[in-house]
Design a protein around this ligand. Structure first.
Ligand SMILES: [Mg+2]
Length: 247
């Protein structure tokens, strides 16, 4: 059994034990790059950029390289994929156009359909909920641009979402800082409602902010990709997937 599997199982055992004592637990999952691999969303946006008639005309040389573009798990934003295809330099108009095109689509309901859940994610969240824990999807996506699509896609993949035991929480406004929004949300939970709280998150900045203010939350670092603005603390557990291995 891998280290990830071992930790994932330990959490299930704890939830079951608490539940049997009549105590509540809460599992909170970030969405982008924690439950969902967003690199297919990124890939689709880049392909659509290349297919856009005006872009074919304006950026013919660059678009020839787009057939080589493959997004990867470790990619953050568009920069890495463009660099690998040799498209990172010497053309500020092109880079600005890709960036604008990307921002408009990446943070939109329409493109969430291309995301893929990480291995075992749907099954794991379902197990957590079936054992009786409350589940919250806590995301830096905002209600206006991505609320409807987020709920739709969670349901499409079979993630539990009943708005009672299992809920989706998005930023009320896009300009809010992700780390502050998430920490404040945890701080607003009723005191003593939950005996144990777990938080699965890929972004070290969010992890560090939360942990400084609310050290009682058990944080699990999901090792996929992040903005590179901070490193994850070495003393918190990390997982690479949501697979629990053989029974
Ligand atoms: Mg994330």
């Amino acid at each position: 059994m891998t280290q990830s599997s071992h930790l994932l199982r330990q959490i299930l055992v704890k939830i079951a034990a608490l539940q049997s004592q009549g105590r509540k637990s809460l599992a909170v999952f970030d969405l982008d790059s924690t439950l969902f691999d967003v690199s297919p969303r990124l890939q689709q946006i880049l392909m659509d950029f290349a297919a856009f008639p005006l872009h074919k005309k304006l950026f013919a040389d660059q678009i020839q390289h787009f057939k080589n573009i493959r997004t990867e798990r470790k990619d953050w934003g568009i920069k890495n994929a463009l660099e690998r295809a040799g498209l990172d330099k010497h053309h500020p108009e092109f880079l600005a156009a890709v960036r604008d095109f990307w921002i408009e689509r990446f943070f939109s309901n329409e493109y969430l359909q291309f995301d893929l859940p990480y291995d075992g994610a749907v099954e794991y969240v379902t197990k957590v909920a079936n054992l009786g824990a409350d589940v919250v999807y806590l995301t830096g996506r905002d209600v206006q641009r991505m609320g409807a699509g987020s709920a739709l896609i969670l349901k499409k993949w079979g993630f539990p979402l009943d708005d009672i035991q299992t809920q989706l929480v998005l930023k009320p406004h896009k300009d809010l800082d992700d780390a502050e929004f998430k920490t404040n949300w945890f701080a607003s939970l009723p005191t003593n409602k939950f005996t144990d709280i777990w938080f699965f998150e890929n972004e070290p900045v969010n992890i560090l902010h939360l942990r400084e203010q609310l050290p009682h939350v058990n944080i699990i670092f999901f090792e996929s990709t992040h903005a590179g603005k901070a490193m994850p603390p070495e003393d918190i557990p990390a997982i690479l997937h949501f697979l629990m291995g053989d029974d």
